[in-house]
Ligand binder design. Sequence first.
Ligand SMILES: [Zn+2]
Length: 352
Amino acid sequence: MGLKHSLKLGLRKSWSKIVFHTGLHRVIDALMPRRLTILAGHCVHAPSSSGLPPDMTIQAAKLQAILAWLARRYDVVTVGVGVERLEQAGKRSLVALSMDDGYKDNRTHLLPLLKSVGVSATIYLETKPLDARVPNWSHKFFAILDRMGPADFVLRFTEISTDTRSNILMNQLVSHGEVTSYHVKRMLKYEVPAVERSRAIDVMFAECELDERELTERLYMTWDDARALRDAGIELGGHTVNHEILSRLDAAGARAEIEGSRLAITRELGAAPESFAYPFGRAWDWNDETVRVARESGWKSAVTTNAGTNQRGGDVLRLKRIMIDEHADLAEIVTHVCGGFDVWRRVGVDLA
Ligand SMILES: [Zn+2]
């Protein structure tokens, strides 16, 4: 970790502690413009989400404490409602919880938790696993990593894959000692051509005698689960069909992904969804073309994973979010939500 990065982390922690523990968050909240803060996660820690990396899960008790705290001071709503209300007059700022992909625990563990706090949420569905009961490559990758370390993964993957360039890059990871599952996943995501990635992972998945159907059933919700969530007042949004990086697709490919999830949800839930999430969501994972297609496809809002809060009059197809996972810290979240990091942004300092 670079010195600049650790300095930023240290400052962020210290500032959050001050804001949270001194009650300064109340003052900042009153002074800053009304805002919509969208929290973003994937899974509540549950047997169905075992084997997922810690940046994809959050302990139920921790999430419950965060939501209960926020619900006392803010209006906790769905993204769809939040986007609408932000443009209307109102005093309290808004918070929305969003969960990406459509995991099983969202029904079995998240829903009871939301009910206990008395709030709703938005779940963005990747529709292929619900339709065809097959997982995407990243979950096959995690399942393989349950059987072997990342270094062994790279060793076998580069034996199978014929893409010389990415094989060299992967082997460099090993020789530099940076072979964590995070680094390998990043490389698979951005450096290995999609077709070759799928082919090599499928070979390894079969070699490990893993079962695609079993993995999908454990991990992902079904359309019946989605309907039960809808009936309980949860908003279901779209997150493409195959969870591809949209900026890497041509216009027709991006359109098929963005419209495809909207059509599937409309077909299964009987009403057109309004809220969309770009897969991966970082600034380089989507582009102006993606945003244009999302608008033309009829989505009323779209979220990214760029960190920050959203204000009235902002671009509803480029909404910012705050990621939450096992390392989530209530003081830091409250500092985001009250506008405590926006204060610093106004003077050109980005602590978030
Ligand atoms: Zn996703």
